[in-house]
Design a protein around this ligand. Structure first.
Ligand code: GLN
Length: 486
């Protein structure tokens, strides 16, 4: 097996046994990027020089005999909304095209402290707004399983790079499904942690009450490993929650015996691709065969999730994006007469059309006269949705659903009608409104050879149960051994 195909835990073993050096591993990943990224566009910035220097440092640590830090010498990619000191961070937007971050996000700092090699910054929808990666201001990222199809969004580059062995693992962000949807479309594991589990400090804000950073990995063990490194309290993020981080890898093999798995009737809808439903139901049956108990549950306010999410997310986005004014960061319009014109022209030229649509809608739902009718109402619905989940968790320990109603769609297919694009998020969005953890794990392929994802949802701060169930399922299947035909 080529080095670039290694998972984190496989690479850890080989590095520690000195069967491969950190420099060889990073070089192999860089070669892979060079060979494949012309077709995929996963990367917006490749940090070749810095990565090799970090790998050299890792080799010195590995050879000094002491136990190395957990990610020592492991190449990891960052979604381009996550800041890394001295590296360009565009957030997929022209307005930040030349923005070099003066500091590290907390998650980046934790990766570095764990010895990781930051291999580059990966593609995403502009400011993480989208479900297909087609809203990237630079180039759409493509699905490694079929380059005419989207990788899902907004963390499309995070998922595609891992599926295509252009990184051992990556970090993405998930505001309304942006880790889980691309993970499902690209056939990898993706986890959105509980809101407050992982620091948002140094992550370009989209909708601050929903955003979470999470791992995109080749298997469940890697997901547990990476979460262990990035999770934990951070005084620089006021919404970070101060509670201990469990050792997710230690109890990974606990199994599902006696686990009650809730199956919500509202998540199997008309118009769903039949192969997706079959694969997800087969996965549930498999978990039952392993000793779990299936419990039918109901999440009655599910049908209002997409509408209330898009009101809340756009409202928060309109406020968060006010800071891009041509004065402090990135792009600045030339030849303007006064300050008002500077703001207007910078924003008109710097933002793409989806971002503008969201600023306009977000401003509208927050404006006097509409605030109560839209924003306040959406917040009330949000409370009902969270309560639905908390009620359901009286009867079950985790919930299993599809990640999306279909497998990856074609580029351009949903661009003309934003609403059809928003509906790709129908099964992922409620989780963000409720602040719960959600995981996507591969559970099969359709007749085009496109991956299908199983979604597992948990109680607040119970990522452990999701990882254990996903691990038990994954061990009995070989989906992860299939590789895209690149
Ligand atoms: N597709 C959703 C949106 O566009 C979710 C994006 C995300 O999770 N960042 O808002």
């Amino acid at each position: 097996m080529s080095h670039h195909a290694l998972t984190i835990h496989q690479a850890q073993e080989k590095l520690r046994a000195r069967e491969v050096s950190a420099v060889e591993l990073s070089q192999s990943v860089l070669n892979r990027i060079q060979a494949t990224d012309g077709r995929l566009h996963s990367y917006l910035t490749v940090c070749a020089e810095e990565a090799l220097a970090q790998a050299e440092a890792a080799d010195r640590t590995l050879s000094n005999g002491a136990i190395p830090p957990p990610l020592c010498g492991i190449p990891i990619a960052l979604k381009d909304v996550i800041l890394a000191q001295g590296v360009r961070s565009t957030a997929g937007s022209k307005i930040l095209e030349r923005f070099i971050s003066p500091y590290d996000a907390t998650v980046t700092q934790r990766l570095k402290e764990a010895g990781a090699v930051i291999i580059g910054k990966v593609n995403c929808d502009e400011f993480a707004m989208g479900s297909s990666n087609e809203n990237s201001a630079f180039a759409p990222c493509r699905n490694p399983w079929d380059t005419d199809r989207v990788p899902g969004g907004s963390s499309g580059g995070s998922a595609a790079s891992v599926a295509a062995d252009q990184a051992c693992a990556s970090l993405g962000t998930d505001t309304g499904g942006s880790i889980r949807l691309p993970a499902a479309f690209c056939g990898i594991v993706g986890l959105k942690p509980t809101y407050g589990r992982v620091s948002r400090f140094g992550v370009v804000a989209y909708a601050s009450s929903l955003d979470q950073v999470g791992p995109c990995t080749k298997d469940v063990r890697d997901c547990a490993l990476l979460l262990e490194v990035i999770a934990g309290y951070d005084s620089r993020d006021s919404t970070s929650v101060n509670r201990p981080t469990p050792s997710y890898t230690t109890h990974l093999e606990r199994g599902v015996s006696g686990l009650r798995i809730g199956i919500p009737q509202e998540y199997f809808i008309e118009g769903m691709q039949p192969e997706v439903e079959t694969a997800v139901r087969d996965a549930m049956a498999h978990l039952q065969a392993l000793g779990a108990e299936a419990v039918p549950i109901s999440l009655p306010h599910t049908e209002y999730a997409v509408a209330s999410y898009y009101i809340i997310a756009m409202a928060e986005a309109s406020s968060n994006l006010a800071r891009y004014d041509g004065v402090r960061y990135g792009y600045r319009a030339a030849e303007v007469e006064d300050l008002g014109e500077l703001y207007q022209t910078t924003r008109a030229q710097g933002f793409g059309s989806e971002v503008k649509r969201r600023i306009a809608l977000g401003t509208y739902v927050l404006s006097a006269g509409y605030y109560d009718a839209y924003y306040v109402k959406a917040q009330k619905v949000r409370t009902l949705i969270r309560q639905d989940f908390l009620d359901a968790f009286e009867a079950c320990d985790i919930i299993a659903t599809p990640v999306a109603p279909t497998t990856a769609f074609r580029l351009g297919e949903k661009l003309a009608a934003p609403l059809t694009m928003y509906l790709s998020d129908i099964f992922t969005i409620a989780v963000n409104l409720a602040g719960l953890p959600g995981l996507s794990v591969p559970c099969g392929f359709d007749h085009h050879g496109l991956p299908i994802g199983l979604q597992l949802l948990g109680r607040p701060f119970d990522e452990e149960a999701l990882l254990q169930a996903a691990y038990a399922y994954e061990q009995d299947h070989d989906w992860r051994t299939r590789k895209p035909p690149l």
